[in-house]
Ligand binder design. Sequence first.
Ligand SMILES: Nc1ncnc2c1ncn2[C@@H]1O[C@H](COP(=O)(O)OP(=O)(O)OP(=O)(O)O)[C@@H](O)[C@H]1O
Length: 329
Amino acid sequence: MTGPIISARDLVKTYRSGVRALDGLSFDVREGTLFGLLGPNGAGKSTAVRILSTLSRPDAGEALVAGYDVTRTPREVRRRIGLVGQKLSAVPTATVRENVMLQGRMYGLRSRELAGRTDDVLARLGLAEVAAVQAGTCSGGMKRRIDIAMGIVHRPRILFLDEPTTGLDPDIRQRLWADLADLVRRDGLTILLTTHYLEEADELANQVAIIDRGRIVTTGSPEQLKQQLRGDTLRIELTRAPRDGVVGDALSGLGGVSEITVDGTRLHARADDGGAAVPVVLDSLARAGIAVVSVTVARPSLDDVYLRHTGRRYETASAAVGPTIGGLP
Ligand SMILES: Nc1ncnc2c1ncn2[C@@H]1O[C@H](COP(=O)(O)OP(=O)(O)OP(=O)(O)O)[C@@H](O)[C@H]1O
């Protein structure tokens, strides 16, 4: 298709509790890409996925998925998508193969086609060897793979994955990334993945949209987003948390240094030229009686992109919504 394969326009969703989870959410996804919807817990990612996969209706706005309107033609949408939610969905007492076949049958696959397609997806996701094993006895990483196999057995054009790697060990996460990238590259699948991991969006997604409080604050490839921020990032660890305003006062007059934030003992700033700024910044801090443990000069990260567009550090925004973010790298 020539236009975007997913198009969300001004989606609004307020829950009965009064929480406005989506507040005019708009974005487009190109076919055959891996699109990362990145945001801290509570930003509205799951709500967006639930609406796009027809599990929930928006209060306002519209969305087209594979050319079909999600509220007017939900059946057409459902036939063309796969969905892997946050909760594991495999039946624990059935074997891995039975789980995938059951799902395929629900989508109308039969006999030889069903068996062939099941074998294909099990092989693609590295599950062939455990095909006869009960799903409930598999590791966390395997269970995620079983869910993904179940999500693609009917050959959907689009796969929605809601935080697929949360809680997985880093090496298992990396393997899953490789498999997801492969599904996009080799099979032409479009994947919309939600994540609260900055590095996941950075390394895996062709296109990232940063969601904050139910709205997209910026979108582009990870490289484009980072290139919009010129210069370097200074990360300075202080010996103790300074009093409010002291750091700002010390550094405010320095040319080429901006976006100064202090979070406990961590000081972040942007510098037009990081190398040149370090001695000047350290001197100014020393004059103000602020002792420094370490200094790092780095290229901008998605964390810096988030700060630029929301005025808050990503980690701070994540910590503010609860303890489930504990696994953030
Ligand atoms: N069924 C519901 N009833 C009331 N409030 C809800 C419901 N589902 C989500 N919310 C609230 O809506 C906001 C957005 O939640 P949502 O789950 O979409 O965010 P998220 O970015 O996916 O975060 P998470 O990763 O924690 O799921 C949050 O404040 C959440 O508490």
